[in-house]
Design a protein around this ligand. Structure first.
Ligand code: ZN
Length: 182
């Protein structure tokens, strides 16, 4: 049962996709829910504007990150850290910095969090590790499903650190003990 004509086709069609780049409009692809026959037809004005809105929303998801990448292209180390500070200041709702240490050089470095979101959706966050002295940044992506694990791990670390004195305090106490020695 494969009708080649959609004329007088009495089954129900469901939209399955579209083709076209928008310049010459869009072609909507419908599938018959009963016999799987395909039907192609020009998009209505409402459908076309819906597709354009989807495209705009998708671009908007990545807009801040792409602009950040473009603006910081070729930068690394201290220069990139400084540029990231500027982005965090001008895009406080999208860009945040966390200070960390880069292991080989013990120099303060940044984790730069840049969200991918628009007015309707939150997709996730690119995190860049920007070492001050150890070369190029690296990056990874956090989906919302990763947040809980990360939050739990940070809480675990925080609890361990709070339960014992820090290395700085231990060193200070040792120095004081030496000084107090008769
Ligand atoms: Zn059908």
């Amino acid at each position: 049962m494969t009708p080649t004509s959609i004329v007088d086709h009495e089954h129900t069609f469901r939209r399955s996709g579209y083709t076209g780049d928008g310049a010459e409009g869009f072609t909507i692809i419908d599938w018959c829910t009963v016999c799987r026959a395909e039907r192609r037809r020009p998009a209505t004005e409402e459908e076309a504007s819906g597709i354009r809105q989807e495209w705009a929303d998708r671009d908007e998801l990545h807009a801040v990150f792409h602009a950040f990448c473009k603006a910081t292209d070729g930068l690394s180390g201290f220069d990139l850290m400084e540029a990231a500070e500027g982005w965090a200041a001008t895009h406080p709702d999208r860009v945040r910095l966390v200070t960390v240490d880069d292991s080989p050089h013990h120099s303060s470095s940044y984790l730069v969090f840049v969200t991918h979101e628009n007015a309707k959706e939150f997709m996730g966050t690119t995190v860049l590790f920007v070492p001050q002295l150890s070369g190029n940044p690296t990056e990874f992506f956090l989906y919302p499903s990763h947040h809980q694990q990360l939050a739990e791990t940070l809480a675990w670390l925080e609890a361990r650190a709070k339960a014992k004195p820090g290395m700085f305090e231990v060193a200070m106490a040792a120095a004081q003990a030496r000084k107090d020695r008769p």
